[in-house]
Design a protein around this ligand. Structure first.
Ligand SMILES: [Zn+2]
Length: 431
């Protein structure tokens, strides 16, 4: 049995705003947190891996609830266009020229970036999820992966989802979701079929809904309904767990409607601001009891996969939108990236908190930094002052993957080089 001890550490449990252990230890056996306690560890030290957490704050790892991880290769590509033109003229032609190797290289690059900024799980939607799954296994990160179901090829794509589901159904780290791209890129019949398959196989549904006003207009013209209504009428929400990215343009009726379902809204503030999609009515959704989690979206519309950076934007944009400095507090913002995100993936009894019996997905934030001094309000320091560069150590499923700022599972420089080479090759293919 593998035993790991993190000692001399301040522990943010995420069990409640006041439940902080000022100095204590976390004892882990295999992949589970066995004991959390204030004070000094006095048990057996033989065969124990010890991490000194002095000066650090332990926090549950972040769960990035919406991304397209290989899109790191498109970082900065096709800047300055509105969403529909950006997709049609830049993103989709580039993506059509990606090989499986490129997707692996882009995914590994994104995973390294995420781990170095404290992310221990992510929900992904991209082609060739098998390559992304391999990168997850290599890096020992949790991936909730869904191949996009989009356009006319939906039957083949659905088969691909079921094939991957079969391959990974026993896997500890990789879980397969079903991922219809959106109500404007899937037919009504496709959405109906996805709903049915999701129910039959108990697959969570990961989708984009109501990202832009353009989408709302396209759907209104076709169906005389809102995007959220179309998905509901197709039976997509019935008995299914739904993880809906964006939801920027939900109206009040939509909000009242989705609250009756097992529905998580994934807020992607930086992507929404960058593509001028708008500000999602997160405060209103939360007041109505809707589960809200946080995502970065792909690196092409963000342009990074940094959840600390995203939390700051998340909170500030709500304050600005509602002209209310008390809107979306630092602690509530941290919940979007941990507790609420764990609920989104159906693992609220295993992830999102530092708690005995929970899985050991833990990050250590080094507070010995000028920009985190003094630690007057620890939540505000993490959400508004940190930038991700303070993530010193990351443990996923009981295994240390980042130690003293260093990635342990691969050669980081080589991964950067390979991703750069993939980008150059795609540009060549576009000529
Ligand atoms: Zn997206």
């Amino acid at each position: 049995m593998k035993k790991l001890l993190i000692e001399n550490v301040k522990i943010i449990t995420m069990e409640g705003e006041d439940i902080i252990i000022p100095k204590g230890y976390i004892y882990i056996e295999d992949n589970k947190i066995v004991k959390i306690k204030e004070g000094v560890y006095e048990g057996e030290r033989d065969g124990l891996e010890v991490i000194d957490g002095n000066g650090c704050v332990a926090l549950p790892g972040f769960i990035n609830c919406h991304t397209h991880v290989p899109m790191t290769l498109l970082r900065g590509y096709g800047e300055g266009l509105p969403l529909m033109r950006w997709l049609n003229e830049k993103i989709w032609p580039f993506e059509a020229r990606l090989t499986e190797e490129d997707i692996y290289n882009g995914a590994l690059l994104g995973i390294i970036e995420m781990i170095k900024s404290g992310t221990t799980s992510f929900i992904d939607m991209y082609f060739r999820e098998d390559a992304i799954a391999k990168a997850c296994k290599m890096a020992n990160i949790r991936g909730f992966l869904g191949s996009p179901i989009i356009g006319d090829m939906w039957e083949r794509q659905m088969d691909e989802t079921l094939r991957l589901f079969d391959e990974y159904k026993e896997d500890e780290l990789v879980k397969i979701f079903i991922a219809p791209h959106s109500p404007y890129t899937c037919s009504f019949e496709t959405l109906e079929k996805v709903g049915e398959i999701a129910r039959n196989y108990k697959l969570p549904v990961h989708i984009h809904i109501a990202e832009t006003k353009d989408e709302v207009n396209i759907i209104r013209e076709k169906y005389s309904k809102t995007p959220a209504e179309v998905c509901k009428d197709a039976g997509l929400y019935d008995e299914n767990k739904v993880i809906a990215a964006h939801c920027v343009q939900l109206n009040d009726d939509d909000i009242m409607m989705i609250k009756d379902y097992d529905f998580t809204v994934v807020y992607n503030p930086q992507s929404n601001m960058k593509l001028a999609s708008g500000a999602a009515p997160i405060v209103k959704m939360m007041e109505n009891g809707i589960n809200v989690a946080l995502g970065t979206d792909g690196a092409s519309s963000n342009n990074n996969l940094n959840m600390i950076d995203e939390m700051k934007s998340a909170s500030l944009l709500q304050k600005l939108t509602y002209s209310d400095a008390t809107a979306l507090s630092a602690y509530d913002t941290l919940k979007l990236a941990t507790v609420n995100a764990a609920k989104a993936v159906g693992m609220e009894d295993k992830l999102g908190k530092i708690k005995e019996g929970y899985l050991a997905d833990i990050i250590l934030i080094d507070f010995n930094k000028p920009h985190l001094t003094p630690p007057t309000d620890i939540y505000s320091n993490i959400v508004y002052s940190a930038n991700g560069s303070e993530i010193k150590t990351v443990i996923i499923n009981g295994k240390t993957v980042l130690k003293d700022y260093k990635i342990l599972f691969t050669n980081e420089e080589e991964a950067i080089l390979k991703a750069n080479q993939s980008f150059i090759k795609v540009i060549e293919r576009l000529k």
